[in-house]
Design a protein around this ligand. Structure first.
Ligand code: V47
Length: 372
């Protein structure tokens, strides 16, 4: 049964969503301004079920962060360290290849590889890291390097973005994660991540990746100093690129975690805001096939609820996570496959294990060998 949609802000939007019409910038603002979370959630769930039925996707993945050394010093980040900081680390190639094998080794279908902007590691080093992983784990999809890392590697190696992406693709990179997008608005970007590529460069790097056949994800970091207008602008710029390339697979809203960052005076986001960001994205990003509720960032409890407010993906097993845990996340760093199944089933959704490109993975239980 439809809710009553008491909030006049939502009334013009209800008809549009039900007719499958695209929402405008103003509609996006109304969604962010309306407190009627149940009304917005109803609409987002309607779109989610039209696109993905009852399915909630998950995968068996492992995050690898080869280095936390970063020249950028972004105010939003608790992970990066300057080269001489005693807490700085950089894995050797052998360490990266070894760490990759720790965990649910036979079941892992994706390595998610991101790190800091290291002033001394060359493009050749990263290509060797990737081809070494490809050789040792031929069945694992390599989703690696944010648009920001690509921009930095290109600049350091004096190659174009396209040449850099082609070198990495030839070494074995198969898709790109969605990080580094933060908020495209330049005023905010200058404050929270001054040294990163700007919003237009993030978009143009994603465009080139898509044009050479690499799919990617997209993110938005919310809950710091951005306005509602900045969020809607960010989502609409992603939607425009998706109209052009269809190269994005999933959108992941990321809540800012303030602990241990230079912005730690800011309050953490609320469950209300986290669910709202999932639902609004599902409604505005009508051309994105998937919206992910990243359980590490939202907690498994909220990510589970999000499965009825627009999300159709919950991410994966992860195994080891540094970026959010350095910023005070209190979630575990690993969820077993069985735990993911329980969360999804309890929300009344059908769990489907996917590979990185959203193809269903068929398994025999015997392939789950836990090594940690
Ligand atoms: O780009 C950094 C964010 C991102 C903080 O593509 C922070 O499947 C909150 O992009 N508080 C990296 N957020 C994570 C990321 C991601 C995660 C899961 C899945 C995928 C995917 C991508 O984390 C960064 C930045 O936006 N971040 N520091 C912080 N203190």
């Amino acid at each position: 049964m439809q809710p009553r949609f008491d909030d006049p802000l939502l009334r013009p939007i209800v008809g549009k969503v039900m007719a499958g019409e695209r929402l405008s910038f103003e509609d996006g603002l109304s969604l962010y301004r309306s407190p009627d979370l149940l009304g917005i959630g109803y609409l987002a769930n309607h779109v989610r079920e039209q696109l993905n039925g009852d399915t909630t996707y998950f995968n068996v993945n492992r995050h690898i962060n080869p280095t936390n050394v970063c020249v950028a010093a972004c105010k939003l980040c608790a992970f990066g360290r300057q080269v001489r900081n005693p807490q700085a680390y950089t894995m050797s190639l052998d360490q990266v290849w070894e760490v990759a094998g720790q965990g649910y080794v036979e079941a892992v279908s994706e390595f998610h590889i991101v790190g800091g902007l290291h002033p001394e590691l060359s493009l050749d080093w990263f290509c060797e890291m990737i081809s070494g992983l490809r050789e040792r784990y031929p069945h694992v999809h390599l989703k690696a390097f944010t648009m920001v890392e690509i921009g930095y590697l290109a600049r350091r190696s004096k190659l174009s973005i396209e040449e850099t992406l082609i070198r990495l693709k030839e070494a074995g990179v198969q898709s790109l994660p969605g990080g580094g997008a933060e908020i495209f608005n330049e005023r905010v970007r200058r404050i929270i991540c001054d040294h990163k590529i700007d919003g237009e460069e993030w978009i143009s790097t994603a465009r080139i990746a898509h044009q050479i056949g690499l799919k990617s994800n997209a993110t938005m970091l919310y809950g710091h100093i951005e306005t509602e207008e900045d969020r809607v602008d960010h989502l609409i710029r992603l939607r425009e690129l998706q109209d052009e390339t269809a190269g994005f697979q999933t959108y992941i809203p990321l809540a800012f975690h303030p602990a241990n960052t230079p912005m730690q005076h800011l309050p953490a986001t609320t469950g209300f805001a986290d669910i709202k960001n999932i639902a609004v994205a599902r409604l505005l990003l009508d051309n994105f096939p998937h919206v992910k509720a990243y359980w590490i960032m939202m907690t498994p409890k909220v990510a589970q609820i999000a499965q009825r407010f627009g999300a159709d993906d919950i991410d994966g097993t992860v195994v080891e996570e540094k970026i959010y845990h350095d910023a005070g996340a209190t979630t575990s760093q690993v969820l077993r496959r069985e735990e993911l199944l329980r969360l999804i089933r309890e929300a009344g959704r059908k769990p489907v294990e996917r590979d990185t490109l959203y193809r269903p993975v068929q398994r025999e239980e015997a392939t789950f060998t836990v090594l940690v």
